[in-house]
Design a protein around this ligand. Sequence first.
Ligand code: SF4
Length: 589
Amino acid sequence: MFAKIPERYMHLVRWGLTLGWLVLIASMFYDPISAKLTEPNYLFGASDANACFEFQGECRQLTPYPLGARIFWGMVVPLSIITLLVFGHEAWRRICPLSFMSQIPRALGWQRKRLVKENSWLHRNHSSLQMGLLFLGLNIRLLFVNSDRVLLGIFLLLTILSAITIGFLYGGKTWCNYFCPMAPVQKIYSEPSGLLGSVAHTAPPMSITQSMCRTVDKNGQEKSACVACKSPCMDIDAQNSYWNNIQQSDRKLLYYGYLGLVIGFYLYFWLYSGNWRFLSGGVWNETNHLATLLSPGFYTNGRAIPIPKLFAVPLTLTFCSGTTYAIGLWIEKTYQRYNKRFKHPLPVVQVYHRLFVIFTFAAFNLLFFLGVRPTLGWLPPVVQQLLSWGAVLASSLWLFKNWQRSAEQYAKERDGQLLRRQLNKLAIDFSQFLEGRSLENLNPDELHALAKVLPGFTHQYRLQVYAGVLKEALEQRSASPARSLKMFQSLRQELGINDQEHWQVLDKLCLEHPNVFTSHLQQVSEEEATVRRSFSQGMVETELTQQRPFAEMTISKLSKAIGLTQDSKSEADSTVKRPKRSQKGKRNF
Ligand code: SF4
């Protein structure tokens, strides 16, 4: 839905939100106005001048306070999460002020062209790094910046500075893809798709999909500004990114652990204050965080437990996220046993997927009812009810939509669309086989079946169709040369094309259309990643050597074709040749 809104409007929205956010940050340091609204009988104030909030057995006086921290934590952050679930990342990533500010160096022409390589530590571990930063951020919030406005202002300015620095050092949206602590939250709520998210894998060729980086040229036309900083990229096709990474071990930590973080975070307000009303009343009044760091961090059954808050917070978050992670693993195993016993085994990917969407559904509703609902007391009761039912409805529809998705279905739809366009290019009259229907009327299953049984559909035709599919997927960056072997495995089986022919097709494409490979070459170490993955999966020597000529040839031809610099070429060459060293010691893998 948001993918279709013209970039010039979104640019204005980004400016508006960014200026609004900067004003909010400024208000953390100086705000002579908003405290008035928290005085008794005002919108955000208590209804009684003598009202107090309960904290560790005491009744403390409610005093007026400036609203900056409450607006940021109690309104901006929950709204961004609801936006992610309902409209998907394609909305959020196009309006996020932090992402916008990370692009300041690019707008000023100062951005370096450097990209994170596929075999680098950062690429392999960025999900864990971002999850770690999210964990750290939640600790910082509870310990230092939840209601201390000056510290919160400094914290936000440092975050902006970090985003700009990364935007200066690296190309593309490296901050968003590799560092931003909100990225795990974006993945959880908007993958495989937000409730109203658009579909990228069946879009026409060369479309600017979802939140893909784009720019407006002199004629007012939108064009891609992609520099290939991430592959597969969530901004181009969130479903592609989701199904590609679903089996990575860090995904379990992400989905199962995140639920515990949500529970632990809101539970801590109760463990700390000794009552559930602290979040709706006194939490914004407790402004001097530094003074409470060594005071008791737990208060239960009318007794303070002498564990300093400094340790109590990480202890609670670690315990809760560890517990939900263990529960997630246990349910996963139980579910797989159940599947086997009833002779209806779901593919393992589908088991993960179903658990991930259930955990996301639970996390969203817990976040809303533990964290957001108690802070809505300033709204009329009917609006509170409407918002609560709206949250349940939106998350239920989200669950229903995503529960039915599968990796097979996604691949079938994607390949079907690619196949349809390639079949259309052949000099074959399809109407005689389709009883009056056209290729446009066929669903993905029928297209796959047609490609298999078409009379007179020679092997040469099949190779031609396969080459077209591959070229389009590479152009669209939904596939990379390295991942294409695995990605189109089932399509090859249907077309009767073997792996060796795949490499030959790829090599031919490389000779005839070198520009298609330009963006992929920027992450040239993908070639190494292919060989490493295949090798670790027990690939035999002959298969390995079949791949190497392609890679070496690719690099040398492309270097000429696209004018690769000497530095990049040496890097590319050494990267591709590295498997020779690895061959000596298979144990390295
Ligand atoms: S891969 Fe392209 S579209 Fe995706 S974030 Fe990077 S530059 Fe933007």
